[in-house]
Design a protein around this ligand. Structure first.
Ligand SMILES: *[C@@H]1O[C@H](CO)[C@@H](O)[C@H](O)[C@H]1NC(C)=O
Length: 289
């Protein structure tokens, strides 16, 4: 009797805890053959979690395989298609449970490819994904503040969200002229020496993005998440809009390379560190470039 009552209390407590939603939730997808977890994106994911009190993280549950025995022999194409479906179902499930939470996507290599496909749509004929629809629900799409792709094989030159020295295509490139409807929420990191997102031959470059770009990726994500948390509309019910809080550094030259420096609703610093200048990507987003 006592034990039963205690279990009921525990069950009730668990239900209450589940109903308490984090304000910010990060999804991370690892690269091919990395063991289950966030893979090489781990430090990026944890830096974002640490930046927002109470933020939570979630691993995308997919094979992350390219035919190797160590990951079950699942082909790259099958793994990627399963990965896109996993991103959509996990993001949609979380959004249904926590509709006000602001979401961030982080994907490394194949993990970047599945985040790219799930968030931007357009299909992925390289892997046999023929549907061009965005599989993430319309409601969840609105809550995604930022997406970070590192070493994404879908890289092509010329996209507004490309960061790094790569001027060529990855091994599973987007078609020429591709546009992602969420371009202003994305940073895609790829350097010329990378053999997977670019046409280089140095695998170490491919594995180095979390170290090379982790800090600028975090700055980008913080700015985008804060903008969605404090922006009007349906977002961030518990956040106070900072009309009385001055920007962290209102004097000139405080925004780092790639950081946000303007756009409709932006209340943060607007002056870029030398030698960068503030350039408008669209009405809602300007960046130090
Ligand atoms: C990679 O592509 C770029 C742009 O087309 C080209 O200039 C460069 O020579 C290529 N590098 C290699 C190693 O093929």
């Amino acid at each position: 009797m006592t034990i039963r009552a205690a279990s009921l209390i525990l069950l009730f407590g668990a239900t209450l805890a589940a109903a308490q939603c984090a304000q910010v939730h990060i999804f991370g997808a690892r690269e091919t053959t990395a063991p289950p977890g966030y893979g090489t994106a781990a430090s990026v994911v944890s830096s974002i979690i640490s930046a927002f009190p109470g933020a939570t993280g979630e691993v995308i549950n997919y094979p992350a395989c390219g035919g190797q025995a160590s990951c079950g022999g699942v082909s790259y194409a099958s793994s990627a298609v399963q990965g896109v479906a996993a991103v959509a179902s996990q993001v949609n499930a979380f959004n249904s449970q926590c509709p006000n939470a602001v979401l961030v996507l982080v994907g490394y290599s194949q993990g970047g490819q599945i985040m790219d496909d799930a968030y931007c749509g357009g299909g992925d004929t390289n892997e046999g994904l023929s549907s061009t629809a965005i599989p993430i629900s319309a409601a969840a799409q609105k809550k995604i503040a930022a997406a970070i792709f590192m070493g994404d094989p879908r890289h092509i030159p010329g996209l507004s969200y490309n960061v790094g020295t790569c001027q060529a295509s990855g091994f599973a490139p987007r078609p020429t002229g591709f546009q992602c409807p969420y371009a202003s929420n994305i940073q895609s990191y790829c350097d010329a020496a990378d053999p997977y997102c670019c046409n280089g031959s140095d695998a170490n470059t491919h594995q180095g993005y979390a170290v090379e770009y982790g800090a600028v990726a975090l700055t980008f994500v913080k700015n985008k998440v804060n903008a969605l948390l404090s922006g009007g509309g349906s977002g961030g019910g518990t956040t106070t809009v900072g009309t009385t809080t001055p920007p962290s550094s209102p004097t000139g030259g405080s925004v780092a390379h790639w950081g946000q420096c303007g756009g409709q609703g932006w209340t943060g610093a607007t002056a870029c560190q030398a030698p960068y200048t503030c350039q408008a990507a669209n009405a809602y987003y300007s960046q130090c470039l």
